[in-house]
Design a protein around this ligand. Structure first.
Ligand SMILES: [Zn+2]
Length: 199
């Protein structure tokens, strides 16, 4: 970790957004999206340095999602830089519930954004084809090299909406059997007779 940054200095920011709306972050950095939803990374560099940003999805770094952010630059990155393919959240069903399967899907939905400073010595040179970057108006630092170790990173775990924690009020207001909304004084569902759950 770098010592050039004092604890009070603003760190680079990364958010998951949908149509430029930042998505709510739940405990454990969880974010809930519809299956098939396209999303973006909102990236902001409040530091006084030019930084390299690397994005990992599902535990794999995406070479086509590396970019260089100048100071005070904010970017919404919605696609892989080498194609027109957009970032899209997919869930898939898996057979079985054993440890092997759990391990296989463990990183599904995990996204990580890491930030690197320009290196003073040439240790980890990265060069980029120019055309990948012109589209976004981001300057190319093909001769710059960046440190090998990230000085900051932001992690999220994207989960399907079906996994979103339901508020107690929402459970109480709807019949667990047929889904009908309870009126204030109803203790039994008038449609199916199910007892209102007391929480
Ligand atoms: Zn009911």
């Amino acid at each position: 970790m770098s010592t050039n940054y004092s604890p009070t200095q603003a760190m680079p920011k990364a958010f998951v957004s949908v149509r430029r709306q930042r998505q709510k972050i739940y405990p454990n950095q969880q974010i809930f999206l519809d299956n098939g939803k396209e999303y973006e990374f909102e990236l902001f560099n409040p530091t006084t340095d030019t930084i390299l940003v690397k994005i990992s999805i599902g535990g794999h770094e995406i070479p086509a999602a590396r970019l260089v952010l100048e100071p005070s630059r904010r970017v919404f990155l919605d696609r892989y830089l080498d194609s027109s393919r957009k970032f899209k959240f997919f869930t898939y069903m898996v057979d079985g519930d054993n440890d092997q399967v759990k391990h296989a899907i463990m990183n599904n939905g995990k996204v990580s954004v890491s930030f690197y400073k320009v290196a003073n010595t040439t240790t980890c040179p990265y060069s980029y084809p120019y055309e990948r970057w012109g589209l976004f108006g981001i300057r190319v630092y093909s001769s710059d090299s960046f440190e090998c170790t990230a000085f900051h990173s932001v992690n999220y775990h994207i989960l399907p909406l079906s996994k979103k924690p339901v508020k107690v009020d929402e459970i109480r207001c709807y019949c667990p059997q047929c889904g009908r909304k309870f009126r204030d004084k109803e203790n039994f569902c008038p449609k199916c007779g199910t007892k209102r759950r007391v929480v």
